[in-house]
Design a protein around this ligand. Sequence first.
Ligand code: DAV
Length: 366
Amino acid sequence: MAKIVNSWNDWDPLKRVIVGRCDNSMIPPEEPATSEKVPVDSEMRGMWGLRPLATVERGNECLENLVKILEDRGVVVDRPTPLQWNQAIGTPDFRNDSMMTCMPPRDILLTIGNEIMASANSFRCRYFEYLAYWPLMKQYFDEDPEFKWTQAPRPRLTDASYKHNYYDEKITLEERLVRTANKDFVTTEVEPMWDAADVMRMGKDLFIQHGLTTNRTAMDWFQRYYPEYRVHAVNFPGDPYPIHIDATFVPLRPGLIINNPHRKLPEEQRAIFEANDWQIVEAAQPAHDEPPALCYSSVWLSMNCLVLDPKTVIVEASEVYQQEQMDKLGMNVIPCDLRDAYPFGGGLHCSTADVYREGECLDYFP
Ligand code: DAV
């Protein structure tokens, strides 16, 4: 029996990874937590249903580009088993007219050491998404005697989990920024809710973004679940839609982080990095003015890269400024055509979930 699952950060040499699939993807119906990023003037507003087949096929083609790059470099790639995401779902506490997709895996699976934990997402449409990964989890469980297969406490997602009418159509960008600055987000604190992509793993330290998809109660839960780690809540006041840390604050190797220039880490939260001689560099401008059609994410997916080892990084092929910057920062850059997968939930980091990286749990902030 072999060791299959091991990963403590986002930069150690990558040996095995999960890459998502776009099959059967839905634009989900509105619900209390999920109208946050649909632009008011977009044709997506009020529309839900299966995504057009041609876009699904093109998205899958992009993911295949990534799989090929990884396999050519000897990385083992695992894929989820998509469900029919258009099924209505229900629990004793809520009903929803459909699910969403199994993209991106980074939101659902959190790998810390020999444990992979399925998250406690706040979107009702994502409540059963973990099922797409259960065949892989069972395989790891059978093959790796040390693998810890875990499910975080399932949130109930009753109406009490959300502030209602939070996404008033009339709310301006300025008002959104005031809310972010005031840490006023759509979820309440009745239970821990978190997306795995809000958690940045750095050995002994977990930096977790407090935002639209992860609440304060989740931070407390993490600290109690992992008493031997230090849990840091981080905020990025310039972000009108704070969802996931991986287009905002992205480590490239020990000692080097790129930070979205519109979403700067506040002075007091920078102290721990500065005290340990970490460099925080402003990320390069995105190459695009707009995200692709039917995309929930911002143009800052430009910085959502996949680090293969502390000298090698995969960057989206059209993101020439980000590539150039990474090159200057001493990284070997591998371009990957992935942009048409963005509408399914994100870029290169989002589209993957760590299974195995060489290395161990280190203390980078002693
Ligand atoms: O900038 O829209 C996207 C992150 C997706 N995991 C953004 C954040």
